[in-house]
Ligand binder design. Sequence first.
Ligand code: C5P
Length: 407
Amino acid sequence: MLEGKRILLIVGGGIAAYKCLELIRRLRERGAAVRCILTEAGGQFVTPLSLSALSGDKVYGELFSLTDEAEMGHIQLSRDADLLVVAPATADLLARMAAGLANDLATTALLATDKAVLAAPAMNVRMWWHPATQRNMTRLREDGVAFVGPNEGDMACGEYGPGRMAEPAEILAAIESLLGAGGPLAGRRAIVTSGPTHEPIDPVRYIANRSSGKQGHAIAGALARLGAETVLVSGPTHEPTPRGVRLVPVETAAEMLAACEAALPADIAICAAAVADWRVANAGAGKMKKVEGVLPTLSLVENPDILARLSRRPEGRPALVVGFAAETDDLIGNARAKLTRKGCDWIMANDVGPASGTFGGERNQVHLLTRDGVEDWPAGSKAEIAERLARRIAAALGATPQGGGRP
Ligand code: C5P
């Protein structure tokens, strides 16, 4: 089901545009709200009236329509949606998307969005095989755009080959899979912390650590793919935001705690961030001056322990709270002590000794500690570990009612 999901459907100018009418009906039957942008060329194939009758909403068309801009800016239009669907995605529309143009409302919304984009290409077979179109497809795939079709078959223009737009049922299935609808974590809410924190010394200097955010970001992506509504609270990293995840960027531990608490209630909380243990008590409002021969004294105070705070909430504690233990020696012993000390349900213990290459690296070796024992997981990429953790969580919560007790 797509209950409560909001789809922004961008209808391009191709003969297959008529299939969008059927797509809108099917989306609405499944509980999704559909809002349409009709390109100028799209308006040659379907009318705004049909789209608005079926979607039950206003149809947006022109970039510089003052009334539309007053009611809803184009940025808002794309941010309000959970997913943008371009169907039919004509050769021209794909080219403009690949080039990052924003010369009409459709491309402006596509450029302004922070949401996943699904495109259903539709064009003549020669246009499809043209190197320019194939180049644009490669570029768009690299940019993270998902595709459904095109299918092979007879074309409206009398030729045969790939270029037919995918059928509404296929587009619907792609939408459901991108939104994680029907996934084992559909209807669950997750909070994931990731990355380092930066604790200011003064406005230009800070205390930080070497966390890349790779593992935390991968976990957020894996949870979203299984259908969890996922908030990623992350310190500064270079990692791209995984598809379908809401990022809340923070810098300090205090900001990270506030953002996590603001994201509650949640069924799942995973603390993968390398939170600085201390912050500078006497952080200066102005830049500290270097004085010849005088060494500054930094006095430190302890940061809040986000994992312990979430684990020990008297009310509204997430059903499953997972922490990480990065240790260089007595991995399992230290991790077990941490499980008790922090009050969380599971600990992912990983060896971060200098030889392990875990920090900033692609691979990881973990042991999952639960209250029942230790699972030694095979070494894998951070993406594989994330995938496995997400599935393990889905299995553990499967037996628990939503918003219910601990697994
Ligand atoms: O105490 P230690 O830093 O070793 O614990 C690691 C675990 O606790 C990680 O899951 C980390 O995200 C979490 N943590 C936290 N807030 C802190 C310190 C650690 O959430 N201030």
